[in-house]
Design a protein around this ligand. Sequence first.
Ligand SMILES: C[S@@+](CC[C@H](N)C(=O)[O-])C[C@H]1O[C@@H](n2cnc3c(N)ncnc32)[C@H](O)[C@@H]1O
Length: 350
Amino acid sequence: MDKDELRAFMGRFMQMTTGAAVLGIVAVADRTGLFRGLAGAGPLGIEAIAEKTGLQERYLREALSSLAAAEIVRYDPARQTFELPDEHAACLADESSPYFLAGWSQIVPALYGAIPGVVRAFREGGGVPFTAFGSDMVEGIARSNGPGTRILLTRKWLPAMPDVVARLEAGARVADVGCGGGDAAITMAGAYPKSTVTGFDVDETSLARARAAAEQAGVSNVEFERVSAQEFPAEPGFDFITTFDVIHDLADPRGALEQIRRALRKEGTYLMVEPVAGDTLEENLNPAGAMTYAMSTLHCMTQSLAHGGAGLGAAWGPNAPENLCGEVGFTRFRRLDVDNPFNAFYEVRP
Ligand SMILES: C[S@@+](CC[C@H](N)C(=O)[O-])C[C@H]1O[C@@H](n2cnc3c(N)ncnc32)[C@H](O)[C@@H]1O
């Protein structure tokens, strides 16, 4: 046995385990409002933090010690104070920031909750359905995808298709299929008031969140319907259809793409957004690949297989989507030049 290799692996493994454990503290700090209490407050002692947040001193001391050791908060030993740097607050306390990441502290525990079902499915087949992940998964997805979508969709992503933006500004019929918590649909409705946007999804929890968010945003040109991606109304047709992080999740991705093709008007555009990944395992042998395959095993793939579905998996690269779009009758497929570490943007046309 190579002792150096052994020690190096142990170090890497314990680093992962540490991250997994500390994410639990991040989840508590997120839910209790600790990060929001620390944001912009400068260095504070435990008593001051307890007073500001209304949280228990003993828990604060232990949790903040973990967060300090993990370099999430800064500890000053001389003054015994804790501080959340502004850059960290942007990721952990500010839901309006495109850098907000704390939604992951809801997603990962929800993934862990699926472990018993995935173990069963490993042995017997089948999978864990979306609804079994509970409202934390819905909330976590919306909080992870939402901030970037709300800020970047109309500033960076759609401008990669200037003719689509022109049509949206003039007034277009838009569908967001698999709309989840509704952020993309609401953002488009708000930015393009002459357009009408419909979000389609099968999950009631997601739709309830979407409707509440639309009301809160005060946009009236958006609505949400409970109908599947394979069955949403194709008439009188849409000028622009979007799917954000949806197609690889579906039990019947081909049926959904066929319906999108049917529902798209002749001059219409379909924007498919899928996780960034290479086409082969070799291309994905990196931290992003480890994350995508893990998410896929514990969520994306299993919830498709739960319905006897295709189980495409989240790391399906650009070639497979292009081929599938071609098979259902689309003739143009192009990856847009959008710089984004998580998502690949495909412009698809009849
Ligand atoms: C990973 S979430 C993405 C949600 C949202 N588009 C976003 O970017 O946050 C996938 C969504 O697809 C929805 N979904 C799954 N199967 C569906 C189907 N057959 N028809 C419509 N929506 C579906 C789920 O309910 C979920 O809201």
